[in-house]
Design a protein around this ligand. Structure first.
Ligand code: PLP
Length: 396
């Protein structure tokens, strides 16, 4: 294909060349085990601790609060299952209906084992009702309670008010975990200003490779280790450390930390240009999610009366990569649980697609999409049996 315009960065990102270069020496030269007694391994232990310091700086955490995992799914499972392991059956869990399956599934597993688990709903813009959170916390008293709320939604980019949520959890003595996968590298996260107890991130969402995750655990948090075995990561996550990937993750954190503000503004400008161009060229389009509280790189839109999958396939033939619903749930034609939880009307639910930008997205990429997308949408609408002036609109 002549040209690839990659706008599926909430699914995964390209590894930054700086990250790759930082990792390379750790495959064939500095390959010692950081736990070894010899100096060769000891040198690698120093590199590991430098990487831990860089990752801690990225979150304004202390280095001993950082645990390296294999991915965010592992971090999410470690937070939820590790807390349940610590407290046993009396633990109550409050989460949201729009979490990623990496949070929803372990919570539902706990429910199947008899835990009291509540999934908070969202309004039409994807926002939580914090009074509802308070009511649920009040009702859960005096049982130990874990709250797991994502920092930003992977499909719509909607940001939750984590500072307010953290303050409410503190007031009620609840433990707060946040899946911060999508915010990583896009907006600063400061665990001192936003005092969550546990936080998950994944390297491949911000230009480190796939296969490395980050798990922040505030000192003193009550948690049993999820992976049992060796004494690595202060016995909180067994398994020989994946040093090349940890070094890569640290480099990605450094790149993001040094460019947050400027990059955030650039991404928002490109995303807003894409949004305005789509709204101007295609009728019957709605933007999903609260436009005033979104990640700067994410745009979720519903093209009414046509299928998001059809749009994505046609754009794919033109070299444009986007997603419908959650990339992790792709392969299924079920409408996205996030879009459904927001109560998006039937005529728009199936036509939802996500564009997600990265530091490598350019103005030319946006121009290309704005040139190719409208004819695709018009062509599909011509063929669609649905439409504002057609019979099937009665489903509304
Ligand atoms: N949480 C969120 C919000 C995500 O978007 C994803 C991936 O899409 C994950 C968790 C899982 O990340 P990983 O595939 O690295 O385990």
């Amino acid at each position: 294909m002549d040209r690839i315009v990659y706008l599926d960065n909430n699914a995964t990102t390209r590894v930054a060349p700086e990250v790759r270069d930082a990792m390379l020496p750790f495959f064939c030269d500095r390959y010692g085990n950081p736990s070894s007694m010899h100096a060769f391994g000891g040198e690698v232990a120093k590199d590991l601790s430098a990487a831990r310091e860089e990752v801690a700086r990225f979150l304004n955490a202390d280095p001993d609060e950082i645990i390296f995992t294999s991915c965010a799914t592992e971090s999410d499972n470690a937070a939820i299952r590790g807390t349940a392991d610590y407290f046993g059956r009396e633990l109550k869990v409050i989460t949201t209906a729009v979490e990623h399956p990496a949070v929803l599934q372990p919570c539902r597993r706990l429910k199947a084992f008899g835990h009291d688990v509540v999934e908070l709903g969202v309004d039409g813009l994807g926002n939580l009702d914090l009074d509802e959170l308070r009511r649920r916390l009040e009702a859960a008293r005096p049982a130990p309670t874990l709250v797991s709320v994502m920092y930003a939604n992977n499909e719509t980019g909607v940001l939750n008010p984590m500072d307010e949520i953290a303050a409410i959890c503190r007031e009620y003595g609840a433990i707060l975990h946040t899946d911060a996968v999508q915010v990583a590298g896009k907006l600063p996260v400061d665990v001192k200003k936003v005092p969550v107890d546990m936080l998950s991130m994944s390297g491949h969402k911000f230009h480190a490779p796939k296969g490395i995750g980050l798990f922040y655990v505030r000192r003193g948090t009550k948690l049993k280790p999820f992976m049992l075995g060796g004494h690595q990561e202060q016995s909180r996550r067994a398994g020989t450390e994946n040093v090349p990937y940890i070094v890569g993750l640290a480099k990605a954190c450094e790149l993001a930390r040094l460019g947050w503000e400027e990059e955030g503004r650039r991404l928002a400008r490109l995303r807003d240009r894409l949004q305005a161009g789509i709204l101007a060229s295609c009728p019957n389009v709605r933007v999903n999610g609260d436009k005033s509280r979104r990640l700067p790189n994410t745009l979720n839109v519903s093209f009414e009366y046509i299928e998001g999958e059809a749009i994505a396939y046609r754009l794919s033939d033109l070299g444009i990569c986007i997603s419908t619903g959650s990339a992790c749930a792709s392969g299924s034609l079920d409408p996205s649980h996030v879009i459904r939880a927001m109560g998006v009307p039937f005529t728009a639910v199936h036509g939802s697609v996500r564009f997600s930008l990265s530091r490598y997205t350019t103005d030319e990429d946006i121009d290309y999409v704005l040139e190719k997308l409208p004819p695709v949408v018009h062509g599909l609408r011509e063929m669609s049996p649905f439409g504002p002036d057609r019979a099937v609109d009665t489903f509304k």
